[in-house]
Design a protein around this ligand. Structure first.
Ligand code: PMP
Length: 440
């Protein structure tokens, strides 16, 4: 704990130790204490810390030019990163617009969708349906899409016409349906909502393919994804995948959408896309959407730092590293190892009620009773207690107390994609030790 006075504020005052340096999956504070970065920060540091090849490439760009405004110059890093991004995403996604973060990416996706609709003579379409729970960012538009009341309500009233449908939290369902039927049931909620709102007012549907901060690695039944795509097509509603957390290899594919063979109309990327080497994000969309907007006079949108060469050189080096080191395949393989380890925890700790995820985006959730899946008493402050017990022992976890936006302690375990089997073992030793201390 530091005594140094601070003029900074974030969500709260920041009592954490000073960060000194990072190396691979580890971070070190100024006392020399080592931490396993078990959640890659906030699912950011996909290729680990201080990657020498990436640092060398950023340095090389720094030595040439750190900034050139995109309306004054084209730059090779931004062009090359766009090319590589298109190469790594499914066919049909072949136009890229850069931003500096996830909320910016979501805002950009909505504005592109809206401008496209106007070019198609469909200016009446303005509603963006999102899900609860969900997290899409903290700017006003992205926050309004976020299905998590405690973050939105202090700012109400927000924008009009942003309807919500339930995320498929099937692990809480007590019906007798098969997984496939459950997936379809949740997809039909979207169809019902579109009909209720009036299809000619609905612009887009936005979803995290695997839920992140608000739900803890919530994966829908397979049947959900294809049916949602069909429903969007049926009503001419654009399908936006918020892959800010899931993208750039985190789930074992470059885009999580690839697990289900889905091509969204627009994809939002950030976090692992810059992997902590630069504040960077992007939207990727099809020429079908972008060209009419450009023909009609241009995309009326853009942030000052969009596509700056320094951030793009970092992003390019990150994607090259993902490819050269086969890190996406490693995420899939190590994700299976990690999932087995987490599932094994359920034999030892009765208060772990669910383990879930995809690739290296995994989570476990606490319950008071597995048969009812009732959450633990909020007064126990379970999520922050376990996070502190793990932190003391040198393991950083990302946790929230939200389920359905209201309750439930879940913990995201999402280490850098470079993690090895031995390092997973090392991480699990600390995690079990922290859980033992929690259970006392
Ligand atoms: N979308 C998703 C799915 C996210 O997880 C986040 C960040 N947690 C955001 C958007 C917002 O990203 P940022 O904090 O970089 O603005």
């Amino acid at each position: 704990m530091t005594e140094t006075p601070s003029y900074l504020f974030y969500q709260s005052r920041n009592p954490r130790p000073f960060l000194d340096r990072g190396e691979g999956i580890y971070l070190f504070d100024e006392s020399g204490k080592r931490y396993i970065d078990g959640s890659s920060g906030a699912m950011v540091s996909n290729i680990g810390h201080s990657n020498p090849r990436v640092l060398a490439k950023i340095k090389a760009q720094m030595d040439k030019a750190t900034f050139g405004y995109r309306l004054h110059f084209r730059t090779h890093p931004s062009e090359d990163l766009a090319t590589k991004t298109v190469e790594m995403t499914p066919d049909g996604l072949d136009r890229v617009f850069f931003v500096s973060g996830g909320s910016e990416a979501v805002e950009s996706a909505i504005k592109l969708a809206r401008q496209y609709a106007v070019t198609q003579g469909q200016g009446s379409r303005y509603k963006v349906i999102s899900r609860f729970p969900s997290y899409h960012g903290c700017t006003f538009g992205a926050l309004d899409l976020t299905g998590y009341a405690p973050l939105r309500e202090p700012f109400a009233p927000m924008m009009p016409g942003m309807p919500k449908v339930a995320s498929p939290a099937t692990y809480l369902d007590r019906d007798n349906l098969t997984e496939e039927a459950r997936g379809l049931k949740y997809a039909e909620l979207l169809r019902d909502k579109i009909l209720e709102e009036g299809p000619d007012t609905v612009l887009a549907f936005i979803m995290e393919p695997v839920g992140g901060a608000s739900t803890g690695a919530l994966v829908a039944p397979d049947s959900y994804y294809g049916r949602v795509r069909e429903i969007c097509d049926e009503f001419g509603v654009l399908l936006i995948y918020d892959e800010v957390m899931t993208g750039a290899g985190r789930t074992g594919k470059f885009l999580a959408a690839e697990h289900w063979g889905i091509t969204p109309d627009i994809v939002a990327l950030s976090k692992g896309f810059g992997a902590g080497y630069a504040p960077l994000g992007a939207i990727v969309a099809g020429a079908r959407l972008v060209e009419p907007v450009l023909d009609a006079g241009g995309f009326l949108h853009g942030f000052t730092y969009a596509g700056n060469p320094l951030a793009c050189s970092a992003g390019l080096a990150v994607l090259e590293e993902l490819q050269d080191q086969n890190l996406i395949e490693n995420a899939a393989r190590m994700g299976d190892v990690l999932m087995d380890e987490l599932r094994a925890l359920m034999d030892r700790y009765p208060f772990i009620g669910d383990v879930r995820g995809k690739g290296l985006l995994t989570a476990f959730e606490f319950v008071s009773d597995r048969s009812t899946m009732e959450p633990l008493d909020p007064a126990l402050q379970a999520h922050s207690r376990l996070v502190e017990l793990a932190y003391e022992r040198g393991l950083i976890l990302y946790s929230r107390r939200t389920r359905g936006g209201t309750s439930g302690d879940h913990f995201l375990v999402a280490p850098p994609l470079i993690i090895t089997k031995d390092q997973i073992t090392e991480m699990m030793v600390i995690l079990r030790d922290a859980l033992d201390a929690f259970a006392l």
